[in-house]
Design a protein around this ligand. Structure first.
Ligand code: UT7
Length: 447
């Protein structure tokens, strides 16, 4: 039986702190007029102390799981698309997995620049369609302001921080992610690059003095590439799905520059309104820009059953990609009940306790082996497990890995879609558009 991959949950999270163009004009030689007319950005969210790619991604993931009404214990796969990971390694995705208590999920980070979220959705949807997995969590999370040269006015004014996430589920209901296209041209790699901190230029005092750990961009060249890439990827993904361009109800593009989006709309012959734009409020959040924008259109009720939505992006690599989604999930979803919220809160608390328990036990084990056998177990392989195989012992016992049974029951074990549309009368009214002032008040923005 054919299998399909549907988006059943979505969520976002952006930092509380907002920087306007006027704030920037106090730091570098720029103006609100220049930034708005050249890029379309009006303000962006900037991570403060205590906020990071992990904390933003985790919150976005929790919001997405809440909409999906799915316990993290049922996730099979977690992918974090990012170019600003928590650490070079371990993967941010593994840290998310631990803090969610997603004890049965594999997890990895994916680096494909601003196209990362598209790449991750394409890969996750194929693993679901293949029958390998049932549920996947895809997160785009970035804190690019941590990698910015705050003196380079041509680059620093464009970027912002944030995260967006989706939960994908396998189903036999046709639709969902129906086609995708991915591309790369590494010959343009140096147009958008962080040259320092990797294998070529490991971090030294000199690399830091030369700001090689910061983003370097040839804006004009990226601009030219971007307009072509958006046009080509959108056409290709529609062709692959046998969907006419005119039948695309909504395009959610990577939010880098308003002029790039307008030029893509013109090249495709689609009305400007078909393209959703929110970069005026967030700036360029790289791999997080598409999922944040997707959350907004879904929360606004701009997506209806059977709609075709194209997600399209481009970025460092150079890379590009597009995904065509045929929306079949009943929308809007039923609001989560208070007791479901409580269950989630208890589950996340349990996940934290489990994580602390696993870390403590690992420390105790290594202390016990070094007490008994000197520095190592004496097996000569240096791994401390006494088996001589050179591999460390398993990280946690089945008991520590198994969540309480009462918390692992997903309220939505498998996606099954009703034949009928949800009756409009049953639906909650769409949330009112938040004003910028309200947004600033939100500590971490809800789904
Ligand atoms: O996610 C993918 C990543 N990036 C992108 O997609 C970015 C793609 N590129 C762009 O969005 C645009 O190229 C920019 C917004 C970066 C720049 O716009 P532009 O129209 O291509 O400007 P430009 O680089 O040609 O610069 C025009 C002028 C220059 O002055 P001169 O040399 O003509 O005298 C710059 O020095 O604007 C100057 N300039 C600024 N002036 C005030 C550059 N940055 C600023 C600034 N404020 N922040």
């Amino acid at each position: 039986m054919a299998r399909y991959a549907h988006i059943i949950g979505w969520g976002k999270c952006v930092p509380r702190r907002v920087m306007t163009n006027d704030d920037w004009s106090k730091l570098v030689d720029t103006s609100d007029e220049w930034i708005r007319s050249r890029s379309g950005v009006r303000e962006r969210h900037v991570a403060s102390e205590g906020e990071s790619t992990l904390t933003l991604g985790l919150e976005a993931a929790r919001n997405a799981l809440e909409v999906a009404r799915l316990s993290p214990a049922y996730l099979d796969l977690i992918i974090v698309a990012t170019v600003s990971p928590e650490y070079p390694f371990p993967a941010t995705a593994s840290l998310v997995q631990d803090q969610l208590g997603a004890t049965h999920a594999g997890a990895f980070d994916l680096s494909a620049g601003c196209s990362g979220f598209i790449y991750a959705v394409a890969i996750a949807s194929e693993t679901l369609r293949s029958g390998a997995y049932q549920y996947a969590l895809v997160i785009g999370s970035e804190t690019l302001t941590r990698m910015m040269d705050w003196t380079d006015r041509a680059t620093c004014v464009l970027f912002g921080d944030g995260a967006g996430a989706v939960v994908l589920a396998a189903s036999d209901v046709p639709g969902g992610v129906v086609s995708h296209t991915l591309g790369s041209d590494g010959s343009g790699g140096d147009y958008l690059i962080v040259p320092g901190g990797g294998s070529r230029n490991p971090a030294t005092h000199e690399t830091v003095d030369q700001r090689l750990h910061c983003i370097k961009m040839n804006g004009r060249e990226v601009f030219k590439f971007a307009t072509r890439a958006m046009d080509r990827a959108t056409r290709l993904v529609c062709q692959k799905a046998n969907v006419d361009l005119e039948d695309v109800e909504l395009v959610v593009p990577h939010q880098a520059n308003d002029r790039i989006i307008q030029s893509a709309a013109k090249a495709l012959g689609l009305p400007n309104g078909t393209f959703y734009v929110n970069l005026d409020r967030y700036g360029n959040t790289s791999a997080a820009s598409i999922p944040i924008a997707l959350c907004e259109v879904l929360d606004m009720g701009r997506v209806h059953r059977h709609d075709h939505i194209v997600l399209v992006g481009f970025g460092a690599g150079l890379t590009w990609g597009a995904v065509l989604v045929q929306w079949e999930t009943p929308f809007p979803g039923v609001r989560i009940k208070w007791w479901q919220r409580l269950t989630n809160a208890l589950y996340y608390r349990w996940a934290r306790v489990r994580s602390v328990f696993a870390r403590t036990r690992r420390r105790l084990e290594s202390w016990r082996t070094s007490e008994g056998n000197g520095q190592d177990s004496g097996d000569g392989d240096g791994d401390g497990d006494g088996d001589g195989d050179g591999h460390a012992p398993p990280r946690s016992s089945p008991a520590a890995d198994t969540p309480p049974a009462s918390l692992t029951q997903p309220s939505q074990p498998a996606l099954s879609l009703p034949d009928q549309e949800v009756a409009p009368a049953e639906l909650p009214p769409p949330p009112p558009e938040p004003t910028p002032a309200e947004e600033r008040d939100d500590a971490t923005t809800e789904k």
